[in-house]
Design a protein around this ligand. Structure first.
Ligand code: NDP
Ligand code: BUO
Length: 316
């Protein structure tokens, strides 16, 4: 079934669906079904990462739908991400191979450097000493060189970055042979990211918007923290358009030309979230939602703040 999800053109001549399924926090016991429900609902793009700890179960959902004949591999667009402990150039190819094995795939559509900063190499994904994260000083420019080899070897069709600021992108572009096709960053009305979006557009790099619903299930949310999805102004807009608050949030992203990847493991929400291509927000309402911005970042990775490549110490 196709719900006419538009495609976005990438700077390497390929295309990617503007809408996909997020899988962070989707428990191994529920994500296989979520992926199956999503594919049945018309999703063709799935956002994964080694650090989410569920790639084998995501892969089981993909395999089930291919085996049933619902989709072919070439209909799907699968993204994964290189974790911070594998930035050292010699660790990059083994890392993508682990991901491919877990997902049960021969090739990824897109592989991203998950964060610009590296962690100490080793068995732990979150190495710590005396209660502090142990860093590695591998330069993301060197990691990028190894990422380029993955395209040349056919292990992924495209490569990109995630959580990079504009200075880091400029620095990467100075020596990149292959340009990143996307920068996957948090974008939602409380953090509308207009400056970073404009900058990436000027470099022909798409933006993939993560946490588009404000990540209400983020593990560090405290009782009483503001929840975007419950914002009364958003609820008013939802009534006006006879849509849900989630659909307004997702429509806001795609109408700005951003690829968006809401996570859900709930069948009715998976269905609801893709039903955003049959209405349009007025230009005035998009501008109104822009005014919600309050520098309200939900995914700040504070434990890496002291790393020299921490991306959020400058404005954008
Ligand atoms: N590159 C990076 O560093 C990052 C990437 N990401 C990617 O982006 C994806 C999305 O971001 P994420 O932070 O997960 O958060 P989202 O903003 O997508 O929010 C997910 C939460 O919203 C709930 N939800 C989903 N649909 C609806 C709906 N229609 N109505 C009400 N609630 C709804 C989900 O509940 P339920 O599942 O129970 O239905 C879940 O609690 C991630 O899963 C991951 O793939 C995210 C963060 C960082
Ligand atoms: C969710 C995610 O991708 C993080 C925290 O890196």
């Amino acid at each position: 079934m196709s719900l006419n999800v538009p495609f976005v053109n990438l700077n390497n001549g390929q295309q990617f669906p503007i809408f996909g399924l997020g899988t962070w926090k989707s428990k191994p016991g529920e994500v296989t079904q979520a992926v199956k429900d999503a594919i049945d609902a018309g999703y063709r793009h799935i956002d994964c990462a080694h650090v989410y700890g569920n790639e084998a179960e995501v892969g089981a959902g993909i395999k089930a739908k291919i085996d049933e004949g619902v989709v072919k591999r070439e209909d799907l667009y699968i993204t994964s991400k290189l974790w911070n402990t594998y930035h050292r150039p010699d660790l990059v190819e083994p890392a993508i191979k682990t991901t491919l094995k877990n997902l049960g795939l021969e090739q990824l559509d897109l592989y991203l450097i998950h964060w610009p900063f590296a962690f100490k190499e080793g068995d732990s994904l979150f190495p710590e000493k005396d209660g502090k994260t142990e860093f590695s000083d591998v330069d993301y420019v060197d990691t990028w060189k190894a990422m380029e080899q993955l395209v040349k070897k056919g292990l992924t069709k495209s490569i990109g970055i995630s959580n990079f600021n504009h200075e880091q992108i400029n620095r990467l572009l100075e020596s990149a042979e292959i340009k990143p096709v996307t920068n996957q960053v948090e974008v939602q009305p409380y953090l509308n990211q207009q400056k970073l979006i404009d900058f990436c557009k000027s470099k022909d790099i798409t933006i993939t918007a993560y946490s588009p619903l404000g990540s209400p299930d983020r593990p560090w949310a405290k009782p009483g923290d503001p929840q975007l999805i419950d914002d009364p102004k958003l609820k008013e807009l939802a009534q006006k358009y006879k849509k849900t608050p989630a659909q307004i949030l997702l429509r806001y992203e795609v109408q700005r030309g951003l690829i968006t990847i809401p996570k859900s493991v709930t069948k009715s929400r998976i269905q609801q979230n893709i039903e955003i291509f049959d209405f349009e927000l007025s230009a005035d309402d998009v501008k109104y939602i822009d005014t919600f911005d309050c520098k309200g970042r939900v995914c700040a990775f504070n434990t890496a703040q002291e790393h020299k490549y921490y991306p959020f110490n400058i404005e954008y």
